[in-house]
Design a binder for this molecule. Structure first.
Ligand SMILES: NC(=O)c1ccc[n+]([C@@H]2O[C@H](COP(=O)([O-])OP(=O)(O)OC[C@H]3O[C@@H](n4cnc5c(N)ncnc54)[C@H](O)[C@@H]3O)[C@@H](O)[C@H]2O)c1
Length: 298
C-alpha cells in the first residue's frame, strides 16, 4: 500500500512528535487525544515545536503554516477511520493497548496498517486481539521523534512481508532510517539501554557517585550526548519503569527489576522533564539534582 495519510492515537510527547514529523514531510495527519479533555494544549505544543524549527532557520513560516494545516486534532478515535496507517502512542500498558487495538479493528479499514509505538511490550500480544493480523506491526520512534533518525519496525509473529515493506518505504519518506527487528522485549535499543540506566541508578544507590558525577563521566568518558540520569529524565521515568518491569517479567532476573529509587520517584510523580522534576529539578537553571535524592535513598 502507498500510505497517503496517518492517524495517531495518543497526544503525549511521542504521539505529538510523530504527528509533527509526518506533517512536516507532507502527510495529512489526524491526531487523537486518548484521554478526556480538549486537544487545544496538544495543538499549542506542536505549534511551539514548529516555531523553534522556524527560529533556527530550518523551516519558513509558510512551511510551518502548511505543516500545521495538515494536522487535524480530535478527541474521537473514529476520526482515524479513513487513515491508511495508524500509529498508537498511548501509555505503556498492555491492557490499554490491547483494548485500543480491538477498537481500531472495528473502526479502521481491514487493509489499514495498525502499528504501535510501544517501547518494550509485545507487538504480537496486540496483534493477537486482531482478526486481520498481517497488517499489525510495531513502529518504534525515538525521542524526540522529529530529531532522532531511527525507527525500529517490529516484526510481530504474523506481520506480513508487505506490511514490513510498506512501513519501510513510509519511514524513508519521512526522513527516517528504519531497521527491522523481531518482536522481543525491548527490541534492540531499549533492550540495551534499559539495563544501562538501571545500572546507573544502582550505582547511585551504592554511593559510587552522584547523579552529576555519573552523568559527567558518561558524557566525557564514553562520548554519550547525555548521561544516564539525563537520558532517563528525558525519556520519562514512568516509561523507564515500565520498560524495566516488562523486561524483568520477560527475563525473570532481579538485576532487571526497577530499582527502589526509580519506583519512589515515579510514586511521587517526579517523571523527569515532562513534570519538571525527576533525577534533576528543572525549575532551576541550570538544572540541579532533585533535593529529594540528597539523602541516602536505600
Ligand atoms: N518517552 C520516550 O522516550 C518513548 C520513546 C519511544 C516510545 N515511547 C512509547 O510511546 C508511548 C507513549 O509514551 P510518551 O513518552 O509519549 O508518554 P506521555 O506520558 O508523554 O504520553 C502518554 C499518552 O498516553 C495517554 N494516556 C494516559 N493514560 C491513558 C489511558 N488510560 N488510556 C489511553 N491513553 C492514556 C496520555 O493522554 C498521553 O497522550 C508509550 O508506549 C511509550 O513506551 C516512549
Amino acid at each position: 500500500m502507498d500510505i497517503q495519510n496517518v492517524g495517531i492515537i495518543g497526544t503525549g510527547a511521542m504521539g505529538l512528535g510523530i504527528a509533527q514529523v509526518c506533517a512536516h514531510n507532507g502527510f495529512p495527519v489526524t491526531a487523537v487525544k486518548a484521554t478526556p479533555g480538549s486537544w487545544e494544549r496538544a495543538k499549542t505544543t506542536v505549534e511551539k515545536s514548529f516555531g523553534r524549527i522556524v527560529e533556527r532557520g530550518k523551516m519558513t513560516a509558510d512551511e510551518r503554516d502548511a505543516a500545521m494545516s495538515r494536522i487535524t486534532f480530535s478527541t474521537d478515535e473514529h476520526a482515524v477511520a479513513c487513515c491508511d496507517l495508524i500509529v498508537e502512542s498511548v501509555i505503556e500498558d498492555i491492557d490499554t493497548k490491547k483494548d485500543l487495538f480491538r477498537r481500531l479493528e472495528s473502526i479502521c479499514r481491514p487493509d489499514a496498517l495498525l502499528t504501535t509505538n510501544t517501547s518494550t511490550l509485545s507487538v504480537t500480544a496486540m496483534m493477537a486481539v486482531c482478526k486481520h493480523r498481517g497488517r499489525v506491526a510495531g513502529l518504534h520512534f525515538f525521542n524526540p521523534a522529529p530529531v532522532m533518525k531511527l525507527v525500529e519496525i517490529i516484526h510481530g509473529f504474523e506481520t506480513s512481508d508487505e506490511t514490513l515493506s510498506d512501513l519501510d518505504a513510509f519511514c524513508k519518506k519521512i526522513g527516517k532510517d528504519p531497521v527491522i527487528v523481531q518482536d522481543t522485549t525491548g527490541f534492540i535499543v531499549n533492550r540495551l539501554l534499559t539495563p544501562y540506566m538501571l545500572n546507573a541508578i544502582r550505582m547511585l544507590e551504592r554511593g559510587t557517585g552522584t547523579i552529576e558525577s555519573i552523568d559527567h563521566a558518561m558524557r566525557s568518558g564514553a562520548a554519550h550526548p547525555m548521561g544516564p540520569f539525563e537520558l532517563a529524565d528525558y525519556i520519562g521515568l514512568d516509561v523507564v519503569e515500565a520498560m524495566a518491569t516488562n523486561i524483568f517479567h520477560d527475563v525473570r532476573h532481579e538485576h532487571h527489576a526497577p530499582p527502589h529509587t526509580l519506583t519512589r520517584l515515579v510514586q511521587l510523580g517526579y517523571l523527569g522533564r515532562k513534570t519538571g522534576k525527576g533525577f534533576y529539578d528543572y525549575a532551576q537553571k541550570p538544572a540541579v539534582q532533585n533535593p529529594a535524592l540528597l539523602r541516602p535513598v536505600v
